[in-house]
Design a protein around this ligand. Structure first.
Ligand code: ADP
Ligand code: RBF
Ligand code: MG
Length: 182
């Protein structure tokens, strides 16, 4: 490999062989997409037991993201903040149709890449969606789903480290709303 090829090579996750960088060096329309709302309860299908809890955005937030992103179901990445906290964390988000609602409703579930001490149901969740990672897949094994989510997390971290994506981390949208209180 020549030096210039090495300099431009995209790193790959050894476990899943997936590239760790997605999207152009600068966010392109329709990104960034902004959404906020109080965290709602999901179906408690055990995301937490998998070690991958997902905070559900209200329906209006999920619909807004879907529409803005061209109604594309799949896995997205970006930044998130919660409640009265000013800390901004990287996030991965699964957007899809929910069979429970007979495919009439889409959900947007956000996994914040941080270990929290407690739940934050009802708190305001603010997200900036910076780009798209992949389509949703059907898995035959839970282990394979977990491996892919762990790669999604690495993809988000790598992709968000680029200057034009990092700049979104300090966007005013992620500051607590005056009414958030508590
Ligand atoms: P639900 O079905 O209600 O969404 P989950 O098992 O997916 O249940 O857990 C989600 C909840 O876990 C969130 O609403 C939030 O209160 C809490 N939580 C704790 N840590 C995180 C995290 N890192 N990312 C997202 N949610 C988290
Ligand atoms: N579920 C799937 O069936 N296929 C997927 O490709 C998929 N990818 C996910 C990626 C991320 C980053 C996250 C957080 C979840 C993903 N899920 C996927 C799981 C699913 O959307 C949901 O979290 C669980 O069903 C629990 O509600
Ligand atoms: Mg959840």
């Amino acid at each position: 490999m020549t030096d210039s090829a090495a300099a431009t090579a995209i790193p790959v996750d050894p476990t899943t062989s997936r590239p760790l960088l997605v999207d152009a060096p600068t966010p392109k329309a329709p990104y960034p997409i902004f959404a906020k709302g109080p965290v709602e309860q999901g179906f408690q299908r055990g995301s937490k037991e998998l070690g991958i809890p997902t905070a559900n955005l209200p329906q209006a937030g999920a619909d807004h993201i879907c529409e803005a992103a061209g109604s594309r179901s799949g896995i997205y990445y970006g930044w998130a903040s919660v409640g009265a906290e000013t800390t901004v964390y990287p996030m991965v988000m699964s957007v899809g149709w929910n069979p429970y609602y007979k495919n009439e409703k889409r959900t947007a579930e956000v996994h914040i890449i941080h270990k929290f001490d407690k739940d934050f149901y009802g708190d305001e969740l603010r997200v900036i969606v910076a780009g798209y990672i992949r389509d949703e897949k059907n898995y035959t094994s839970l282990d394979d789903l977990i491996l892919d989510i762990n790669t999604d997390i690495k993809v988000a971290e790598h992709s968000l480290a680029r200057p034009d994506y990092l700049a979104l981390k300090s966007h005013a949208f992620l500051s607590p709303s005056p009414s958030t209180g508590a």
